[in-house]
Design a protein around this ligand. Structure first.
Ligand SMILES: *[C@@H]1O[C@H](CO)[C@@H](O)[C@H](O)[C@H]1NC(C)=O
Ligand SMILES: *[C@@H]1O[C@H](CO)[C@@H](O)[C@H](O)[C@H]1NC(C)=O
Ligand SMILES: *[C@@H]1O[C@H](CO)[C@@H](O)[C@H](O)[C@H]1NC(C)=O
Ligand SMILES: *[C@@H]1O[C@H](CO)[C@@H](O)[C@H](O)[C@H]1NC(C)=O
Ligand SMILES: *[C@@H]1O[C@H](CO)[C@@H](O)[C@H](O)[C@H]1NC(C)=O
Length: 505
């Protein structure tokens, strides 16, 4: 770092004590500017042709990403992480919770196969085990309510018995819907409490986490607040242009992220855990499949998140602290469930093929026009696309039937309302669906027929460069047991009514 002339001039004449002060000052600046924040990302792979773990790990390293959160404990993935020093969160999916809750033996086997196995010198730097994923989501109707806590306790015990205490921590990634709830007045962050139906359970879980020194993990999604409630003030989803004053503390909030965080701090404080370490398990913004999901908003939001982290300002209730954050997500996932909305397949900072979508300075230093480094060595299929044959005589009903057929078997989320291909004409949309089906089937020529309506072309039919991209598939085979994973990562179906209804009063 270059020291400005004025300062070095002063240092020459300054008394020793002052020089000391100046040094501390400069060191402090040095710390803020020169050290990159440890950044985490969520790495899910519910895709038809997922990038091989080796390519993804190289991409993580090229981008100085030092933490990953996984949704399972896939062997190939962990093998690729051996020797990298990337800090890893492995996960036991929700559908394993019952077994882990009822059998200490199952928990021991899980830890042995998915943690201990990789903990050799120079192995995988496993730091956390996620026990379930958002198990108390309202949409799950309480299905995991009785099993999450005992599963956590059994995994903790298994980790301790295997000698990982103080090194590997079990936690439970929660959705923000563990807070407040429809019958609770959470109009300001200081009013935060746990959702009444699970409040006692949340205290037991937090106590178990606190006992081992594990963090509390919460997912926060300003996008969903906006997408799911038409009255939500858009500026509040971003950082800066909106303010809410907490009437009880006089703290001023300029974004729903800080407000959500402090709502949790308040809930934890009331439950007796004022100093509980908190990590943000997921935060991000999707780029397609909803009218608020686009590149511009995602770029703005994620850059603001990175700047907010780097500023170390913390929140009004936890000032001057760093956040531990995992961006959601690394790559688009074209087989994710779209029950919550078509946007679910478009959370990636990178497209399905590891190409970055927008400028984002992952070091958090806020540099403009810095793009994430793309994946290297990706194996694409041929530059060929499947489209509606321009010379075919098209019967509208037959076309519709064939588009439906393709869409049920591939990813048509960009065609949905608010999606990047939604406003285009019927033929382009049909071509988009046909092409995805063709690419999903590794460009098998029989996958581009559609009762004679389709034909293969070698000129890119995409109507725009960044809008409605017609994809070329990748040559990778689907990961086995992907059905298990689809359940494992079944996603954020949240209605964050809490911050919404209240805030508009
Ligand atoms: C990653 O970190 C290294 C060393 O600190 C630095 O030289 C490099 O520019 C960083 N790369 C990115 C993409 O930030
Ligand atoms: C290891 O973890 C994966 C993902 O949770 C799970 O499917 C598998 O059964 C685990 N292995 C054992 C022995 O429990
Ligand atoms: C929860 O209940 C709703 C309505 O009864 C139902 O549609 C849904 O499938 C249930 N979900 C689960 C995960 O059981
Ligand atoms: C959880 O336990 C309660 C009380 O024992 C019971 O009423 C409820 O049905 C159980 N829920 C599930 C999903 O098993
Ligand atoms: C949380 O853990 C800390 C450190 O072990 C301990 O001092 C504190 O009493 C615990 N808090 C509760 C409420 O159990």
């Amino acid at each position: 770092m270059k020291v400005p002339e004025g300062i070095s001039m002063k240092r020459v004449k300054a008394p020793a004590a002052l020089i000391g002060v100046l040094w501390v000052f400069l060191l402090a600046i040095g710390k803020n500017v020169c050290l990159a924040e440890p950044l985490g990302v969520n790495w899910g792979d519910i895709s038809r042709q997922p990038l091989p773990p080796g390519i993804v790990v190289k991409m993580l390293r090229d981008n100085n990403i030092t933490r990953v959160k996984l949704f399972d404990a896939d062997y190939e993935t962990l093998k690729a992480l051996v020797g990298t020093n990337i800090e890893v969160m492995v996960a036991a999916p929700n559908d394993m919770l019952k077994k882990l809750a009822t059998s200490e033996r199952a928990a021991r086997d899980w830890v042995s196969a998915n943690v201990t196995r990789y903990m050799f010198r120079g192995g995988v730097n496993i730091k956390y085990v996620a026990v379930g994923n958002e198990p108390f989501l309202i949409a799950y109707n309480g299905s995991y309510q009785n099993v999450t806590y005992p599963a956590l306790v059994n995994i903790q015990k298994a980790l301790e018995d295997a000698g990982h205490a103080g090194q590997v921590f079990a936690t439970v990634p929660f959705n923000a819907d563990v807070l407040c709830g429809p019958s609770v007045d959470c109009s300001v962050p200081s009013g935060g409490v746990f959702r009444p139906d699970i409040a006692d359970l949340m205290v037991s879980i937090t106590s178990a986490l606190n006992r081992t020194g594990a963090p509390f993990s919460l997912n926060i999604y300003p996008f969903l607040s906006l997408a799911l409630s038409p009255d939500f003030p858009i500026d509040y989803a971003f950082f800066g242009d909106f303010t809410l004053t907490d009437s009880a503390t006089n703290a001023i909030y300029s974004n729903v992220f800080d407000a959500s965080f402090d709502t949790l701090v308040s809930a934890l404080t009331k439950a007796g855990f004022p100093d509980m370490h908190i990590i943000i398990g997921e935060i991000g913004w999707p780029t397609d499949g909803n009218k608020f999901a686009n590149i511009q908003y995602a770029e703005k939001f994620n850059n603001q998140v990175m700047t907010h982290l780097a500023s170390k300002k913390g929140t009004p209730l936890r000032p001057n602290r760093e956040f531990d954050v995992y961006l959601f997500g690394l790559l688009d996932e074209n087989l994710k469930s779209v029950d919550p909305g078509a946007f679910e397949r478009h959370w990636g900072v990178f497209y399905y093929d590891g190409n970055p979508k927008y400028a984002l300075d992952l070091s958090g230093q806020g540099s403009a026009d810095v793009w994430p480094k793309p994946a290297v060595g990706v194996d694409y299929l041929e530059p060929r696309w499947c489209i509606v044959n321009p010379s075919a005589i098209v019967d509208a009903d037959v076309l519709t039937k064939n588009v439906d057929y393709a869409c049920q078997r591939t990813d048509c989320s960009a065609l949905q309302e608010g999606g990047s291909c939604n406003a285009l004409d019927t033929y382009i949309k049909a071509s988009y669906a046909f092409n995805n089906y063709y690419q999903f089937n590794y460009q098998d020529k029989y996958a581009c027929d559609f009762e004679g309506l389709a034909t293969i072309t070698s000129s890119d039919p995409s109507p725009g460069v960044r809008q409605c991209r017609f994809q070329i598939g990748l040559s990778y085979q689907p990961v086995t047991a992907s059905s298990v994973r689809i359940q494992a990562e079944s996603s954020a179906i949240v209605v964050l009514v809490l911050f919404v209804s209240s805030l508009l009063l």
